[in-house]
Design a protein around this ligand. Structure first.
Ligand code: ZN
Length: 196
């Protein structure tokens, strides 16, 4: 159980982890806080965007689309490994997920299968959207995977969490398939090693 870090701290820890960070528009104050709570925070969620083109991807994640207003995450990780900050606070990325998964994340235990949609994830997770078509064929460049590792580790390091506080959207909400193209267990191993 932890209150969310400030926007300034978020920017600072990402840079301290060696990331190239791009601040987009009024990201510090762009959020969905008027729609519901933000915090306490318990973990980090990784997504793929199903989009092509970095500029367009960042714009969609900042603005959202009809039926799902932005921001759609906090940071967008493009294929070049840069992290674009598009929002801070409650964001439309996690949706409703499984309360047993949330309990496992809080306890940093092995994840159960997600089979319920009964818990507000936008309240409890930092979110990173990663530029990828999500078709299992679109490549994940090494720079992008390293940025995912660093961004998640930065948040974990700040809060004193371990790699089990990092989950994929598909581990949270039944029916979701993201991220696709690498395994979350391999990414958690990388985060664990980085946090040593
Ligand atoms: Zn997702």
């Amino acid at each position: 159980m932890a209150p969310p870090m400030s926007a300034s701290a978020f920017l600072r820890v990402l840079k301290a982890e060696g990331l190239t960070v791009v601040e987009v528009g009024d990201w510090r104050d762009h959020n969905r806080n008027h729609k519901g709570p933000w915090g306490p925070v318990h973990g980090v969620m990784i997504h793929h965007t199903v989009t092509k083109g970095s500029a367009r991807t960042v714009e969609i994640c900042r603005k959202g689309y009809a039926g799902l207003p932005g921001p759609l995450c906090h940071g967008v990780i493009t294929k070049d490994g840069r992290v674009h900050l598009v929002g801070y606070g409650r964001a439309n990325h996690a949706g409703l997920g499984d309360d047993e998964v949330l309990r496992a994340v809080i306890a940093e235990k092995r994840l159960p299968k997600d089979n319920e949609q009964n818990t507000d994830g936008n309240r409890h997770f930092y979110g990173f959207e990663c530029e990828n078509l999500g078709d299992g064929e679109d490549p994940w460049p090494a720079a992008q995977l390293e940025a995912i590792e660093r961004a998640a580790a930065a948040v974990c390091r700040h809060h004193g969490w371990n790699e089990r506080s990092v989950i994929g959207h598909k581990e949270w909400q039944p029916g979701k398939v993201d991220p696709r193209g690498f395994t979350m267990s391999s990414m958690r191993n990388r985060i664990r090693d980085r946090l040593k």
